[in-house]
Design a protein around this ligand. Structure first.
Ligand code: UDP
Ligand code: MG
Length: 324
């Protein structure tokens, strides 16, 4: 059986070689059922020397290493998709290049899949995260919101770090969406998933690419890609404003008929104009978010562009890494 490793890399020049070496070392414990493996490094338009380092790796280990070089930075989601399209393995693993996710865990994931025929996917999740209180609160709120709003279940703390069978990879590839939100996709496709707790290490080198605002944008992407709840809230808010204005109309009419014209009312008018104007802009914005996505999807552009692909010339696991 073959195992494919997909490694999205964005400015990871100091990590890719240690990652390769540590993975090869860890894979010496790999169950015998896995007879060969490939590592698909997707260089997501890095601006540092990642491309050069990957080419060097390919030159030395072209039997296991595949390098997919993007024409620019398309984001981790695009890199994972490219990796999946190139993966030939019976098992596929998605893992980060920064060694926060240890390759030893991949061995455990594979063992679990081999021992449990009915399990299709093993997803690593972090019970404890080393992160700021605000970030942690935002993430918790995100999971709460999205679980209420969407029909599918999102597992808090589950990452993209997973190992799954070929059929799961095929299912993911069958989703043609341009705006990809992997956490949602993994849940949406279903399959039996085992959640394996793990502790993320410190980044080996470099820094995280997911700043607070990038994470926020990513969360928005998830909500808009996987629920239509904001549209329903928009309708609800519109309905509420409509009913409230009718009730207020009666108040105004009664005031005029029974109490004469009440000229002061400046504050009410200003508040109402501002409130309704703001509400309308907000609701148009929400509708616009959905419309924009339909528009971009309608253009049918590819999710990423490959500049160059260096494919592994696969042999057996033992030959690949010089095991005896
Ligand atoms: N990554 C990528 N493209 C991007 C951003 C990140 O391919 O635009 C890769 C990155 O090189 C790493 C993985 O995605 O292998 C996770 O990124 P990072 O470590 O910055 O995220 P964190 O672990 O802090 O959530
Ligand atoms: Mg990381």
């Amino acid at each position: 059986m073959k195992l494919s490793l997909i490694i999205p890399c964005y400015n990871e020049q100091d990590n890719v070689t240690p990652f390769f070496e540590e993975t090869v070392k860890a894979f010496q414990q790999m169950p015998k059922a896995i007879t060969s493996f490939e590592m698909i490094f997707v260089n997501d338009g890095s601006s540092d020397n990642t491309a050069k380092k990957l080419k060097e790796l390919y030159k030395s280990y072209s039997s296991v290493v595949t390098v997919v070089d993007f024409s620019r930075n398309f984001g981790k989601e695009a890199a994972m998709l490219a990796g999946l399209r190139h993966a030939k393995g019976d098992f596929v693993t998605i893992i980060d290049a920064d060694l926060q996710q240890r390759p030893e865990i991949v061995v455990k994931m594979v063992e679990h899949l081999l021992a449990n025929e009915d399990c299709d996917m093993v997803a690593a999740y972090q019970e404890e995260r080393i992160e700021g209180k605000l970030m942690s609160f935002m993430k918790k709120s995100f999971y709460k919101c999205i679980n209420i709003a969407s029909d599918i279940d999102f597992y808090q703390g589950a990452s993209d770090f997973r190992t799954f069978r070929k059929r799961v990879a095929e299912a993911i590839l069958s989703l043609p969406e341009y705006h990809r939100f992997s956490k949602g996709i993994f849940s949406w496709i279903g399959f039996n998933t085992y959640y394996m707790p793990y502790v993320a290490e410190e980044r080996a080198s470099g820094e995280t690419k997911f700043s607070f605002f990038k994470s926020l944008k990513y969360a928005m992407e998830g909500i808009i890609s996987f629920t239509t709840m904001p549209l329903k809230i928009a309708t609800g808010a519109g309905l509420f404003a409509f009913v409230a204005s009718i009730l207020y109309m009666f108040v105004v009419i009664i005031q005029k008929l029974f109490f004469g014209v009440d000229v002061p009312g400046y504050a009410t008018i200003v508040v109402l104009i501002l409130f309704l104007g703001g509400l309308q802009l907000l609701l148009i914005g929400i509708v616009g978010e959905y419309l924009a996505r339909t528009y971009i999807q309608g253009k049918n552009r590819p999710v990423y562009i490959e500049k160059e692909v260096l494919s592994a010339k696969s042999k057996s696991l033992n030959e690949d890494i010089g095991n005896e």
